[in-house]
Design a protein around this ligand. Structure first.
Ligand code: ADP
Length: 426
């Protein structure tokens, strides 16, 4: 039976959290969207439901989060985690405060900590203020974010504006003293009528201590960093056996392919490296601004190439080419055209037998996952930080799937990813 039930407000954040839990010893499955009422629980120690609620209207974010919570409770989870961005992406309307309040009400727990710190990624919280690297949040570039500009670094104030409940602080000096001191501070804040407490954290040691202090909490909220200490709580309680390989995935045989729609510098470089080793088809949406025709080109090209060697099909282009298509079709239509084409390519590849697939690009991955009707991803070992291999189930035959956000991964990412599968029991 699963132990930890997580609700993540976006897809890549969900994968990030899931990878963190696997690294720390929990078998973890990520579900895409609110699970259907009769969907059975996967065999896992932790389940992460990935929503798209970060910038959704508040009522929708609350509704979906509550529906996810209800399902997670029904399948037996005993502790819950609300995952949001480590830069606390939100506005005065929400969604972090209202979603957290609603989850607390549903659980009847009356208190939750808030800690977006993720020291590995240079997100730290000191005196309730969020730092990105050496800069306060409101001087980090996040103040110019198009959807949720973060113009105040004080999370006590930011969260205070999103909830009617008073927000307290567990400061650095207390966190430094360890789990017992943090637990006492949170109890005292709760007794003073605070429903929320922002907790400072500057190092992973702080996060482990916070996790330990919150072992009995029904709900925690934060970035994936603060989940680092939770697996150990379950092990300590005798609920989680020590697993040799919590990221073990079922074996899947079949040809390998990459579908790339990300135009980020990292992806362009990765395609360049792949070109030295494997066949690469460069689609040109400027020359062929027709999604079905592009997908057909790819299907024909791939027909005689599928085998042991991976193939790469990319629409990715340097900024001036992207700008040209956008100028011609409009920004949204250009993106939609290429996403539609690449979703068609992925579908054709899977139909042709591909069972190991990498998709590069966040939006591209969303389009592919929807087209393939993937509903669940069992999280495996990371290829590079933040990008695990996963075992995807849903629409048709299961396949191994790696979904890479644009800027993630080393230059040899694509080659390394497939070599890793050859070398492991996966
Ligand atoms: P990232 O994670 O790097 O942001 P995304 O897939 O989220 O990657 O975004 C890349 C966007 O660029 C997608 O909407 C994709 O369809 C679009 N795109 C890809 N190739 C081209 C191209 N050659 N011209 C115009 N747009 C493109």
């Amino acid at each position: 039976m699963p132990l930890l039930g997580c609700i993540a407000d976006d897809f890549t954040g969900a994968t990030d959290l899931a990878s963190m839990l696997v690294r720390n010893g929990m078998r973890t499955v990520q579900l895409i969207g609110v699970p259907g009422a009769d969907q059975p629980a996967p065999a896992a120690d932790a389940i992460v439901v990935a929503l798209k609620s970060r910038t959704a209207p508040v009522e929708q974010a609350v509704g979906e989060s509550l529906a996810a919570l209800e399902w997670l409770r029904k399948v037996g989870c005993r502790q819950f985690f609300f995952k949001y961005c480590s830069t606390f992406d939100s506005t005065d309307k929400g969604n972090i405060g209202p979603v957290g309040d609603a989850l607390m009400d549903a659980l009847g727990c009356g208190f939750a900590l808030a800690c977006p710190a993720f020291p590995t990624n240079a997100r730290t919280v000191y005196q309730g203020h969020l730092f990105v690297g050496g800069a306060l949040l409101n001087e980090s570039g996040m103040e110019k974010h198009p959807l949720n500009p973060m113009t105040d670094a004080s999370l006590v104030r930011v969260l205070g504006r999103q909830t009617r409940s008073p927000v307290g602080l567990v400061p650095f000096v207390t966190v430094e003293r360890g789990a017992g001191a943090i637990r006492d501070a949170m109890t005292a804040l709760k007794e003073q009528g605070r429903r929320w407490a922002v907790v400072d954290a500057v190092t992973d040691a702080h996060l482990f201590a916070i996790g330990e202090a919150a072992s009995a909490h029904a709900l925690l909220t934060g970035g994936s960093g603060v989940a680092i200490g939770l697996p150990e709580n379950f092990r300590r309680a005798g609920l989680l056996p020590a697993l040799a390989d919590p990221g073990a995935l079922p074996h899947v045989d079949g040809p390998a392919a990459v579908v790339a729609g990300s135009c980020s510098r990292a992806t362009l470089q990765q395609i360049g490296v792949a070109r030295e080793h494997v066949p690469v088809l460069q689609l040109d949406p400027l020359a062929t601004p027709d999604a079905n025709a592009l997908a057909r080109q790819a299907t024909e090209w791939v027909a005689e190439r599928l085998g042991r060697t991976p193939v790469v099909i990319a629409a990715s282009a340097p900024p001036e080419r992207v700008a040209e298509l956008q100028a011609r079709l409009g920004r949204d239509a250009a993106g939609a055209l290429v996403e539609h084409a690449l979703a068609g390519v992925a579908e054709a590849l899977v139909k042709a037998g591909v069972r190991r697939l990498i998709v590069a690009g966040g939006e591209t991955a969303g389009a592919v996952v929807t087209r393939l009707q993937v509903r669940s991803l069992r999280i495996g070992a990371e290829i590079d930080p933040g990008v695990p291999w996963t075992y995807a189930e849903g629409g048709g035959e299961p396949l191994l799937l790696a979904l890479k956000s644009g800027n993630f991964g080393a230059p040899d990412f694509f080659i390394k990813a497939f070599t890793m599968l050859e070398g492991s029991a996966t």
